[in-house]
Design a protein around this ligand. Structure first.
Ligand code: NAP
Length: 309
């Protein structure tokens, strides 16, 4: 067996601890060799507080997983690519499409692997849903993504700042599944964005979209839902209804549960990263980011009551 790829985890916060560290530990094709974070630390690996120092001192660490917030990811990714490292980007891949495309071009020029991850695409129901839909005609798509921001993003100030995406931080997960299921171009016709009076990013958004062949798509995103949380995509077809529930982890056909099981999203991400590294290929699909950008471009702003953590 070939030697494991030495990998550094960058930005030791919630997602690095909850998902990346256990998934890397569970995949013998990777060795977690370093952690880079200003405050966070990981036991039993080299820890660095500065990304430039890490790049200078660890030339043998071939791959980096960037788990920082999106607004600082571009500079890190650019430097890592220039230093010849293979790069995994947490979602969203960048704050703008221009940044994302610049990274893809730089990676192609440098001959390094760029993997722009969309963890929800690895949810259990997504691949079978795509296979089921391939033989049907889609009539309509309804996305409902409603969760409690206080529960999932406690104290994350960056998420409310410019470039933090607000409710599109979880909402882009739904759009990543949508674009994995629908091959046609998707057009945003209208959007309404609700901004708390004291915040720079929206707390809710309502999108009206359509495919190029005019299949209607609606998407309701809301961060104010207490109690049960809703991450559903309902697709009406000529031959029955498909529902992806719980963020894509449960698949129902005409109300009947077809797929469910333990979460394997990040195990799937690292499996794909290992295969991309082995085949020296990149995977950088920015369609979910484009839909968010378009929702902001045609968005009608509404001011709503202030939000306090
Ligand atoms: P987080 O808990 O805030 O962790 C991010 C870490 O990045 C921080 O702990 C911080 O560690 C480091 N960092 C570097 N520069 C920073 C800056 N300018 N501002 C704030 N932190 C900075 O965030 P997270 O929830 O892990 O999310 C990180 C990324 O993963 C986001 O893009 C998010 O969309 C994605 N993601 C999150 C989840 C989730 O459930 N939370 C799920 C899937 C994907 P130091 O202070 O030690 O540098």
């Amino acid at each position: 067996m070939s030697k494991p790829v030495k990998l550094a985890l960058v930005g030791i916060g919630k997602i690095a601890r909850d998902q990346h560290i256990p998934s890397i530990a569970g995949d013998d094709r990777f060795e977690l060799a370093a952690a880079v974070s200003r405050n966070g630390r990981v036991d039993d690996v080299e820890n660095y507080g500065d990304f430039d120092v890490f790049l200078r001192d660890c030339p043998d660490v071939q791959a980096v997983s960037l788990c920082t917030p999106p607004e600082v990811r571009f500079d890190m990714a650019r430097k890592a690519i220039a230093a010849g490292r293979d790069v995994l980007l947490e979602k969203p891949p960048a704050t703008t499409l221009g940044e994302a495309k610049a990274l893809a071009d730089a990676a192609a020029r440098a001959g390094v692997v760029l993997f722009a991850t969309w963890h929800s695409r690895f949810a259990l129901g997504v691949v079978p849903a795509r296979a089921w839909l391939a033989k049907r005609e889609i009539r309509s798509i309804v996305i409902t993504w409603k969760e409690d921001v206080r529960r999932w993003h406690p104290g994350q100030a960056w998420i409310w700042e410019a470039g933090g995406f607000g409710v599109f931080d979880p909402g882009i997960n739904a759009l990543s599944i949508l674009t994995a299921l629908v091959d046609e171009e998707i057009i945003v016709d209208r959007s309404r964005l609700a901004f708390p009076a004291n915040r720079k990013q929206p707390i809710a958004a309502s999108l009206v979209m359509r495919t190029a062949s005019r299949v209607p798509i609606t998407c309701e995103l809301d961060w104010r839902q207490e109690g049960p949380q809703t991450w559903d995509i309902e697709i009406e077809t000529d031959l029955g209804k498909l529902t992806l529930s719980k963020g894509g982890s449960e698949l129902y056909i005409s109300g009947q549960l077809e797929e469910s099981g333990p979460d394997r999203e990040y195990a799937g991400i690292y499996d794909r990263f290992a295969k991309l590294i082995q085949s020296r290929q990149s995977d950088a699909d920015f369609r979910p980011l484009q839909l968010v950008a378009d929702a902001f471009l045609c968005g009608e702003r509404q001011e709503v009551e202030p939000f306090h953590d």
